[in-house]
Each structure stands twice: as structure tokens, then as C-alpha cells.
Design a protein around this ligand. Structure first.
Ligand SMILES: C[S@@+](CC[C@H](N)C(=O)[O-])C[C@H]1O[C@@H](n2cnc3c(N)ncnc32)[C@H](O)[C@@H]1O
Ligand SMILES: [Zn+2]
Length: 265
């Protein structure tokens, strides 16, 4: 876990036995799954970020490969960039970090605020390294990453700019205009398209923006439900509308990912 900084004093950390220890002797144990919890103070033991059910649901859905076109697209960008260090910001349960770690030569580091997400990510044993941390204080040195990926997650641009080296890139992904359109058509009488925006990020310049689209067929009500639970619609839909989706045996829908590549100035 070289190049990681102590979250308490910001000095370098090194592996000592089964812990990461900084020059001022702050020490963080490596959990049996292989991840390190770098949250400090009152937040360290608390259950923050996404919970166990959300984490398991996300993992079982993504492991079926429904979003593989996005994972492949990310690998193409990383290979084209010749990135040797990739940072997965808010990595969730590690599907993309694993895919990148197995498909490219980059060393992959992922972090997330949710201990449960990070635990599942580390259990994948993909060669990627994971830690529990808040994106408002990413425990890596300045210019740590050649490329950072940021998928369906909140922004903290100042920290992202610090963590990515000059000339490196941030690949930020959000749902595209037509993402899950047929699912939305099932749920709502007048569905709206998602907005595709290009936020101005201090320290970065937008270089490229494009969509990765693919049709998927969800082959069981369980898969449809798992995907539905990963969306914000799950929390804003009436029970009667939820029933419309639950009654389907299969659902074919478009997936549409909006990719923005920002160059670090
Ligand atoms: C919608 S999930 C996306 C996860 C993953 N990037 C993916 O696409 O599968 C958003 C993730 O952001 C994490 N998160 C939210 N706020 C965070 C913060 N302040 N610092 C680090 N992670 C955070 C959540 O725990 C959750 O795993
Ligand atoms: Zn320290």
C-alpha cells in the first residue's frame, strides 16, 4: 500500500506486520479480507455509506455482467492513457476495480465510505487494493493517480484534483439521457430523460464526452428488482407503480452511460 498517507498526520505509511503504520506511529490494521479502514475518530467504527443489503444487491447484479460494456469502455480508456496507477473513487463493491485490475496492467486502488462495500470489494481478491475512506480526505499523496474513475458518485473536485497527477485524467460517469428508458416507461406514464451535464471542475479541463449504450435483457424478476433498487427511482415510486415492474418476467431495456473525460491541468 505504498504512496498512501496517514489520515491523521498526512505522513507516509508503510506496511509493518499486518498493519499500515506512519512515521508518527499511527497504525491501521489490515482486515482479514485485505482492506484497511482509514476512517478516523467517531466515524471509524460507524456504519456509514451504503448498507449491507445495498452492497450485496449491487454485487449480485453487477457480477451478472449487465454493465460489462461500461467496464470494457473504462479499460479501453485506461489502456489508451497508459495509466499505471488507477484510483477508483467511491468504488462501491469493487466490480469495476476488479474488471480493470484483471484486464489491464494498471495497479488499481479503490476506496469507499461504506465498510461493507469495501469488504465485498476486497473479498474479490483481484489484486486491486481497497480502503475505507471519505472522498473529502482521500488518504493518498498529491498526484497519486494517473487516472481516477468516478462512477455514479458525488463530487469533491478539490480532492480529485489533488489525487490525480498533472496531465492525468478523471473519468466521471453518470446515467445518460436514455438510461433504463424501458424500465422508466414501465413505471411512469410520462418518463423524463436524464440530464447529461458537464460540470466545470476546478483543476480539470473537459476533454471528451460520449455515451456507451447497450440493450440488456433482465432475465428474471430478481434481476429487475436488483437493478431497480440500485436506482433513485426505487425511493420515489409508489407501491402500485412498483407492482407494474414486479409483474414482469423479463425486461429488455437500454443502458446508457454518459462518460466525461477530464484532463488534469
Ligand atoms: C451509487 S454507488 C456507486 C458505487 C460504484 N462506483 C459503482 O458504480 O458500482 C455510490 C457509492 O458512493 C459511496 N459514497 C458516498 N459518499 C461517499 C463519500 N463521501 N466518500 C466515499 N464514498 C462515498 C457510497 O458508499 C456508494 O458505495
Ligand atoms: Zn500519522
Amino acid at each position: 500500500m505504498e504512496k498512501l498517507l496517514c489520515p491523521v498526520c498526512k505522513k507516509n505509511m508503510a506496511l509493518v506486520g499486518s498493519s499500515l503504520r506512519c512515521e508518527s506511529s499511527h497504525s491501521f490494521d489490515i482486515a482479514k479480507e485485505g482492506y484497511v479502514n482509514l476512517l478516523t475518530g467517531s466515524k471509524a467504527g460507524a456504519s456509514t455509506g451504503d448498507n449491507k443489503d445495498m452492497a450485496r444487491c449491487r454485487k449480485s447484479f453487477l457480477d451478472k455482467g449487465y454493465f460489462e460494456p461500461l467496464a470494457k469502455g473504462l479499460c479501453q480508456i485506461i489502456s489508451r492513457e497508459n495509466a499505471s496507477t488507477v484510483l477508483d473513487i467511491c468504488c462501491g463493491e469493487g466490480y469495476y476495480a476488479e474488471y480493470i485490475s484483471r484486464s489491464t496492467s494498471a495497479a488499481v486502488y479503490g476506496f469507499d465510505l461504506s465498510k461493507e462495500m469495501v469488504r465485498l470489494a476486497a473479498k474479490r481478491k483481484s489484486g486491486a487494493r481497497f480502503f475505507v475512506a471519505n472522498m473529502s480526505a482521500i488518504p493518498v499523496g498529491d498526484g497519486f493517480a494517473d487516472c481516477a474513475i468516478h462512477l455514479f458518485a458525488p463530487f469533491c473536485e478539490k480532492e480529485f484534483a489533488r489525487a490525480v497527477r498533472k496531465g492525468g485524467c478523471l473519468v466521471s460517469v453518470c446515467p445518460g439521457k436514455t438510461h433504463l428508458w424501458q424500465m422508466k416507461q414501465t413505471l411512469y406514464a410520462t418518463p423524463y430523460e436524464n440530464e447529461e451535464d458537464n460540470p466545470v471542475l476546478e483543476g480539470f479541463e473537459l476533454e471528451e464526452a460520449f455515451n456507451i449504450k447497450a440493450d440488456i435483457t433482465l432475465t428474471s424478476p430478481e434481476d429487475t428488482d436488483a437493478l431497480f433498487r440500485m436506482t433513485p427511482y426505487y425511493y420515489h415510486t409508489s407501491e402500485s407503480d412498483k407492482q407494474k415492474l414486479a409483474s414482469l418476467q423479463t425486461l429488455t431495456t437500454v443502458t446508457d452511460f454518459y462518460i466525461r473525460i477530464y484532463r488534469r491541468k
